[in-house]
Design a protein around this ligand. Structure first.
Ligand code: UDP
Ligand code: MG
Length: 321
């Protein structure tokens, strides 16, 4: 692509969900101010680019810090959610607000574990025409060994279940206004952005960066929340677990037929206790049939589940007229 075809620097919004981040925010805000200035000076973002800080029902002084930041520098906008709605919903609230105000939005965590200098490359790829640019961690050195080993297994599992996740990408990404508008069409309540964004399609890019350890405050994702989040990802994107039940039921039903032959042979050989034949066939046959039936009912529930999401069925990328 030649220089003429490059898109002009977008009006950029940085979207930052904050939950009990009063310790981290002042440091983060200073860094973001510096970054916004740098990006504008480098001609990568338009003047007037800003940050949206979303207070996700914090119980500490986060909102007071956001108000103070806004008073100091109007480039810091604040949104306060009425209660703690969770990281993904806070992020969505910020992105949907940004959608009408900016041309591109970059979402990042309040703890600045994600290298803000990766934004330069994200914006360069935006200029080249990418609608979505994923921040991808080049290493997981700052994670515990447990998180490291479970994360990759999880990506593989999700892949097998048919959900298209970007490896080692969390929620650090650039989305153009167009991608945000497409995202707005996904009406689901159970939101797993990492799974939905790849479903949007469009031209996408990747930027690699090293992820640092958290400096201030502590992780808001204890193991319990992490597991819940992982399961949320599976159950909101895939109905394959239901199909698994159907197959299991079918497999057991097939085994039953084999068992039936075996049981009958034993019966006629006279090796069985009275009534064993009847009981053994009943247990296997009914068990298999029940699982199979639950699976079939489940298939329809899965369909209803997908229908209720009312997801858009397509996004038009180019329309010549
Ligand atoms: N967060 C939020 N609501 C929550 C939990 C977390 O908005 O209920 C925010 C948090 O303030 C941070 C981001 O989500 O900006 C990621 O959280 P954290 O850094 O604790 O997660 P980790 O990096 O440990 O996975
Ligand atoms: Mg973090």
């Amino acid at each position: 692509m030649t220089d003429q075809e490059k898109r002009p620097a977008p009006l950029l919004a940085l979207v930052v969900p904050c939950y009990n981040e009063e310790d981290a925010l002042p440091v983060t805000a200073a860094r973001l101010t510096e970054k916004l200035d740098g990006l504008t000076a480098a001609g990568l973002a338009a003047a007037g680019s800003f940050a949206i800080l979303v207070d996700d029902g914090s119980r500490d002084g986060t909102w007071a810090v956001i108000c103070a930041l806004h008073a100091q520098d109007a480039r810091f906008r604040g949104i306060k959610l009425s209660r703690n709605c969770g990281h993904q919903n806070a992020l969505l609230a910020g992105l949907m607000t940004a959608k009408d105000l900016c041309e591109a939005a970059i979402s990042l965590d309040a703890d600045l574990q994600d290298d803000v200098d990766a934004m330069d490359d994200m914006l360069r790829q935006y200029a080249d025409g990418c609608e979505i640019v994923y921040g991808v961690r080049s290493d997981r050195a700052s994670d515990t060994a447990f998180k490291r080993s479970t994360a990759h297994g999880y990506y593989r599992l999700m892949g097998a279940l048919g959900a298209d996740l970007v490896y080692d990408h969390a929620d650090y990404r650039l989305m153009s206004r167009r991608a945000l508008e497409a995202l707005a069409g996904y009406g689901e309540v159970n939101l797993f952005l990492r799974g939905i964004v790849p479903m949007l399609g469009f031209r996408t890019g990747e930027v690699r960066y090293a992820r640092a350890a958290r400096q201030q405050g502590e992780s808001k994702y204890p193991l319990r929340k992490m597991l819940a989040f992982a399961f949320e990802g599976i159950s909101s994107l895939s109905v394959k677990p239901i199909r698994l039940i159907t197959w299991l039921g079918f497999a057991i039903f097939l085994v039953t037929i084999g068992m039936l032959a075996y049981i009958l042979v034993r019966h006629f050989q006279g090796f069985t206790v009275d009534g064993w034949t009847f009981l053994a066939v009943s247990v296997w046959g009914l068990g298999g049939l029940q699982l199979l039936s639950i699976g079939i009912v489940g298939e329809y529930i899965g369909k209803i589940y997908l229908e209720t999401k009312q997801r858009p069925r397509y996004h038009i990328e180019t329309d010549l007229h």
